[in-house]
Design a protein around this ligand. Sequence first.
Ligand code: KIV
Ligand code: ZN
Length: 535
Amino acid sequence: MSIQPDRIIIFDTTLRDGEQSPGATLNVEEKLLIARSLAKLGVDVIEAGFPFASPGDFEAVQKIADTVGTQDGPTICGLARARKDDIKRAGEALKPAAKGRIHTFIATSDIHLKYKLRKSREDVLATIPEMVGYAKSFVDDVEFSPEDAGRSDPEFLYQVLETAIASGATTVNIPDTVGYLTPGEFGQLIRGITENVPNINQAIISVHGHNDLGLAVANFLEAVKNGARQLECTINGIGERAGNAALEELVMALYVRRQYYNPFLGRPPESEAPLTNIDTKQIYKTSRLVSNLTGMTVQPNKAIVGANAFAHESGIHQDGVLKNKLTYEIMDAESIGLNENQIVLGKHSGRHAFSKRLQELGYNLSDTELNRAFLVFKDVADKKKVITDWDLEAIVGDETQQPPELFRLEYVQVSCGDRAQPTATVTIRTPEGRELTDAAIGTGPVDAVYKAINRVVNVSNQLSEFAVKSVTEGIDAMGEVTIRLRHENQTYSGHAADTDIIVASARAYINALNRLYDALEKQAQGEPSQPMAGV
Ligand code: KIV
Ligand code: ZN
């Protein structure tokens, strides 16, 4: 019996491996927002977290299982080491999911066995049936990973996989945990598995890989050619160290080059049937959401979702594109949901036109969100003549991705210049509803604003990152500010957009402080949010 699908399964691990990126911590509400967006994008499996790692992770997996893991929605997966207490916790968190999966793993490379696990190969082989069997007592759908498979002895790996499948694993995942393999080697590894694991037809072969040498996507595509049918990836390629294979790059490679990949999936080359279930038009929006909430900005030259990915700077290229797009474009910006249309919405535009355009862009806001976004839109339209879809994305992103509004910026004013000491005055509404005003001087206007805010909010923190980028071109462009701050080894991100970058900077800071304050409140109520060290 073969259970090989005739298409590629997209397993998204943004909320688990992606969240292991240094400083990418997300709270439960933020994880839910991302999970909803991933479901809309059409991923097949969402690895929602590592339930044993912390109560916050458990709660996030449980809530995602409950609200996103519907019968028509994606499979919701929880990670567990090959230990009973880990697996039990994952099983409990996944209970509300219509389709739940436990992903259990144990290392198999000699270096991990000797130094990390202090176990023999025989110990590992003996653990697998017990743990896969235990996972099966919670869910039918069990995935097994031999961690560091890329550096494991292939002969031992074949034995491990055969044992896992015989014990009930329906997906076997092959991780290149340290991003060491080259495409040819990864392809060979997968081929070797298809040829040497006798029961391999009873499981789906999945691949997982890190980008330490920048090869993760290339490795996966070679794996597809050799029999892999599930790809484990993250939005914007975020993840441990150099990150994971980027979902958007894999999906668009399989979309743009489908004629090349079709035969490897037994299809005629000319078949137009999509190789994945992803709605590519949702890619850009999902990328923005993940970048805004994690505070991990996307480099401008990043494939598919970087700001320059569809920009043509040189005259020769511009001339070519104007004559025929295909001269320098292998895909259309619209295919990832990026729309360059400039809408004629100005300060006289009504709520109806605004809401209609947002719907066209795929946003379905609640009445409250729409009202708030409309007020901001009016404000921006007062200052900026042309409102582009990029501006709208920034406005909506800001209004819908807010942490609980504990502190609110009511007023900010700065005075600065080459002969002046930068000075800022701020008025902030506190969670108790009091309006407090304070002022500070700083080395620059943003420093002065942040010092003034600190005097009111009074929660110790260190600013670890501050980035401003313009949403569109031109002197009246909106500026987007992304910041990260640290408090007791945890990172909190903040994001805001405004035509005035000092206002955007102040709001981004308040945004991050609200996340920090919310986490502190939860800890005080006995909800520890410090996760254990990542996998
Ligand atoms: O990189 C890795 O090996 C992992 C496993 C848990 C699959 O993330
Ligand atoms: Zn990983």
